[in-house]
Write a protein that binds this ligand. Structure first.
Ligand code: GLC
Length: 552
């Protein structure tokens, strides 16, 4: 990648980001676990510069640092290394170089709310109250021998763990092996910032920052109020252990660290289903460059449901922040292909969802395997690996079903490995796999490719404004994406039957000129259409039109 391209400031506004769960993408050394060499071997699949590859612009790597793997890399024991199961620092540099040669950026996961309990900082911190590292973590003496408050942990329930040597409890709101750091300690903060610079100096292109809204805890350690919820982790209103006001000063400092390196970004995982909370992490355009809005991926299938979230998110951010959209990641108990499944309509739904993701105003984040239509794989309870599904919250089955190995081909381990993989491959890999789909123009992989490459060459889809043409209850989405040179109309039918579209209220917007089909599941590319009396969308139709002058 040339210097100019690397520094093109806002590449992340136009690019498509692809999340790789490193253990599951490609095993390069035959030990059943994915690794960096494996990823390098698949870069051409991701983007070789031509439309026969997927065409993504950046890879977000879930953590690859050394880790005891109690939470699969989200418990880091050395921030400046690479876990040997993935390779070496040299392998990482090779990945960076090879990716950049293909114009693919590399985004690292930054897990700095907590470390592993095996991190040398924590080992030191436990040695004594006077130890210089002691205050790098969150401690409390407790009350009458008990935990100081009612905060609880996402995986372990219990959040406070006693350490006899210092006669204090440490805090961990994930699992006991993930002690939380003290962001109010200036040395800790500097150590984290220096570590961020270490990777930025090596050339990484951005950070996805893990659970940013959990970093700062109430300085008086007040208990959270309880509330009723069907989801155990929501039994409390997390007003004292998450989303504290001081986090926003910290976000501005983090932004400063990243902005010293042109063209890089900081994206926050705001672990909440509140779009308002997520939007607050953009500050006045001076905090994070982007944040995830999980309200979007918690939606049930239906055009109105998505429309509500899109309008809200776009409205909340306005001009001050750039939206993000994603439908699957490594944390959801399932992939969206399964979440939105409906018999033999499932594949069509997945295409409508992909078309939405790739044509909205905002950066799309794809999760490995969604482009080939991977679905959840049932994991027998005894073989569950994820701490969330093990014993702590028995009603939650864990996140393994959406983390199974990438399905490269129909061979016995799906082409992922030469040996038994760490999680079983989905039995449907004999039909759902990249090799087979690559040669089939009607496959979902071909659909994703076509959409991604169309997006790339259509400026209005990358950076144009968003203007919905439907509101309230609707079976279809219709929105305009426009920039000064171009207007594109996206129509997506979310139901399996024909739907009359654009019948009223939009004559001025759509009847001006005539429209040319840029992409259509049911209409030929290049066809001209005239929309003054609306149109009838076929079941699950995806139609993308560009406004042209003159009459049809
Ligand atoms: C984030 C990660 C998740 C992890 C948790 C604790 O939510 O995405 O995988 O378990 O943080 O680090």
């Amino acid at each position: 990648m040339s210097g100019r391209e690397r520094d093109s400031e806002k590449w992340w506004k136009t690019g498509v980001v692809y999340q790789i769960y490193p253990m599951s993408f490609m095993d390069g050394n035959g030990d059943g676990v994915g690794d960096l060499k494996g990823i390098v071997s698949k870069l051409d699949y991701l983007n070789d510069g031509t439309g026969t590859s997927l065409g993504i612009d950046a890879i977000w790597l879930s953590p690859i640092y050394p880790s005891p793997n109690k939470d699969f890399g989200y418990d880091i024991s050395d921030y400046r290394g690479i876990d040997p199961r993935y390779g070496s620092l040299e392998d990482f540099k090779t990945l960076l170089r090879e990716a950049h040669d293909r114009n693919i950026r590399i985004v690292m996961d930054l897990v700095i709310n907590h470390t592993s309990n095996e991190h040398p900082w924590f080992i030191e911190a436990c040695k004594g109250r006077e130890n210089p590292y002691h205050d790098w973590y969150m401690w409390h003496e407790g009350k009458k021998g008990k935990a100081p408050n009612n905060w609880f942990a996402a995986f372990d329930r219990k959040a406070w763990w006693w350490v006899e040597d210092v006669r204090k409890f440490y805090l961990s709101t994930w699992c006991r092996y993930q002690p939380e750091v003290n962001w109010r300690n200036p040395e800790l903060k500097q150590a984290m910032f220096d570590m961020m610079r270490f990777w930025l100096d090596l050339g990484v292109d951005g950070y996805r920052i893990d659970v940013i809204n959990w970093f700062i805890k109430d300085d008086r350690f007040r208990s959270n109020p309880y509330r009723l919820s069907l989801n155990p982790p929501d039994y409390q209103r997390h007003i004292y252990d998450r989303n504290r006001p001081e986090i926003h000063d910290l976000c501005r400092e983090i932004r400063g660290v990243v902005d010293a390196y042109p063209g890089r970004f900081a994206l926050g995982e705001v672990f909440t289903d509140s779009a308002e909370e997520a939007a607050s992490y953009y500050g006045d355009g001076d905090e994070l460059h982007m944040a995830f809005n999980f309200e979007f991926l918690f939606q049930k299938w239906g055009a109105s449901n998505f429309l509500g979230v899109i309008d809200k998110w776009d409205g909340l951010l306005g001009d001050k922040g750039w939206p993000t959209y994603t439908l699957s990641n490594h944390d959801l108990p399932g992939r969206h292909y399964s979440r939105y499944a409906k018999g033999d309509e499932t594949d069509k739904r997945a295409r409508v969802a992909a078309a939405m993701l790739l044509t909205l105003r905002g950066t799309p984040f794809l999760y490995y395997g969604e482009e080939i239509g991977m679905s959840n794989r049932k994991i027998p309870r005894k073989t569950i690996q994820d701490p969330m599904g093990k014993k702590f919250w028995p009603i939650l089955k864990g996140r393994d079903p959406g983390r199974t190995p990438m399905q490269w081909n129909a061979s016995s381990h799906a082409g992922f490995s030469t040996t038994e993989p760490w999680l079983p491959v989905h039995p449907n890999h004999t039909v759902v796999n990249a090799e087979k789909e690559a040669g089939d123009p009607g496959s979902i992989l071909s659909f994703y490719r076509e959409m991604i490459w169309l997006r790339k060459k259509t400026p209005a889809l990358c950076q144009g404004s968003y203007r919905p043409l439907v509101s309230g209850r609707t079976d279809y989405l219709a929105y305009l994406r426009s920039n000064p040179e171009q207007t594109v109309l996206v129509l997506l039918n979310f139901v399996g039957k024909p739907v009359p579209a654009l019948l009223s209220g939009h004559q001025t917007e759509v009847s001006r000129g005539n429209w040319e089909v840029l992409f259509g599941t049911d209409r030929a590319k290049g066809n001209r259409m005239e929309l003054s009396s609306g149109l009838s969308l076929r079941g699950y139709e995806v139609l993308i039109l560009e406004e042209k002058g003159g009459s049809a």
